[in-house]
Design a protein around this ligand. Structure first.
Ligand SMILES: *[C@@H]1O[C@H](CO)[C@@H](O)[C@H](O)[C@H]1NC(C)=O
Ligand SMILES: *[C@@H]1O[C@H](CO)[C@@H](O)[C@H](O)[C@H]1NC(C)=O
Ligand SMILES: *[C@@H]1O[C@H](CO)[C@@H](O)[C@H](O)[C@H]1NC(C)=O
Ligand SMILES: *[C@@H]1O[C@H](CO)[C@@H](O)[C@H](O)[C@H]1NC(C)=O
Ligand SMILES: *[C@@H]1O[C@H](CO)[C@@H](O)[C@H](O)[C@H]1NC(C)=O
Length: 310
């Protein structure tokens, strides 16, 4: 009885493993954005690539309209300088599939007009298909060692907008960053077109911003992180939250000095102190909802990703 049960489990595991290794994943480049000159510049495809795991044998599907776009695989040098004179491979008809036959770095650009320099470019790393696929080790947050307070510009070059690729953009931005008490978030946006709502987890999850903790309406909006735990930000503008303008971060420990960071000279920053206690405790470092997702985004964001998928 016990033996046949064990056998059944082993058979199921082997079947799952074979299925996993033989699966040829199709990655639609940019997801619903497709392969275009992205509105926010090249950060769009960097963010998209960060959400994917590429394995040799997988397919990149460049979804574009023939005549409006093209796609070329180029060297790193040509990618960096947007030089389309000598591509390794090019397709002027779309949509088109490109099979990632081996592990390593691949670089793609649009060669038409100024498409590449305007951000139609994609760099990816592909892991070789050697042996059975093993789940990546969960990313554990960096130890909260003392350091000087850091000022983060939310979204980097993207700023605080409705991100072209959806809510994954700000999850990707936050991924790998360590937020500590004493740090500062700066939200940059165009006055009158965006705002920053500090909200609870339930408001964040449901995108119901009828009640908020604070609303900041002038850019640059500066938020001092004064408590540990999870902090949630979105927008009160119609549909902005649903379309992905939302950020969740997990604040750990305290940075080296207890003094608040000095305001940037010459800037008039509106300040908001986040004093609410988090409605839920931050996820434990080892309670990954999904090892694969955890490997990509870190355990702190596994629940966030699950929320996106819901
Ligand atoms: C390609 O883009 C078109 C137009 O946006 C869309 O209808 C189609 O579903 C896309 N195909 C894939 C595979 O995403
Ligand atoms: C572009 O690359 C070609 C060779 O691939 C090279 O001959 C040419 O000088 C490059 N152009 C520029 C502007 O760097
Ligand atoms: C790309 O590959 C996928 C999976 O094999 C296939 O379903 C799709 O039709 C292909 N698309 C093109 C444009 O070749
Ligand atoms: C690919 O991997 C190399 C080495 O780990 C790294 O330096 C590079 O930034 C990666 N490129 C991309 C596009 O992720
Ligand atoms: C937004 O408005 C504030 C207050 O009127 C002003 O100080 C700030 O410069 C404006 N920011 C931008 C980005 O226009």
């Amino acid at each position: 009885m016990a033996k046949s049960l064990t056998l059944a489990v082993v058979v199921a595991l082997v079947a799952a493993l074979l299925h996993a290794t033989s699966a040829q994943e199709v990655h639609v480049v940019g997801d619903s954005l497709g392969w275009i000159v992205p509105p926010g510049g090249s950060v769009a495809y960097r963010v998209w690539a960060d959400t994917q795991t590429f394995t040799a044998g997988d397919i990149l599907l460049f979804n574009f309209t023939t005549g409006n776009q093209d796609v070329a695989r180029v060297s790193k040098e040509a990618f960096d300088s947007c030089n389309a004179t000598n591509p390794i491979w090019i397709s002027t008809t779309g949509p088109v599939n490109f099979t990632l036959t081996y592990g390593g770095a691949y670089y793609f650009i649009g060669t038409m007009d100024k498409h590449c320099s305007l951000g139609q470019k994609l760099a990816i790393n592909v892991t070789g298909a050697s042996g059975p696929t093993t789940s990546p080790a969960p990313v554990t947050p960096a130890p909260a060692s003392p350091r000087a307070p850091v000022t983060y510009v939310v979204g980097g070059d993207l700023g605080w907008i409705v991100p072209p690729g959806g809510s994954i953009a700000y999850a990707t931005w936050a991924y790998g960053k360590t937020f500590m008490v004493g740090d500062t978030l700066v939200f940059k946006f165009t006055n009158g077109t965006q705002d920053v709502a500090v909200v609870t987890k339930s408001a964040y999850d449901s995108c119901d911003t009828s009640t908020t903790i604070t609303i900041l309406t002038t850019s640059p909006a500066k938020v001092s992180l004064t408590t540990t735990g999870e902090h949630y930000f979105t927008s009160t503008y119609s549909k902005h939250c649903d379309l992905g303008q939302k950020l969740a971060i997990n604040v750990v420990g305290t940075s080296g000095t207890s003094s608040a960071p000095a305001p940037e000279p010459g800037s008039t920053l509106s300040e908001a102190e986040i004093a609410e206690s988090p409605t839920t405790p931050p996820p434990a470092a080892n309670s990954a909802h999904s090892t694969a997702l955890a490997g990509i985004f870190g355990t702190a964001f596994a629940s966030l990703i699950v929320a996106f998928l819901a």
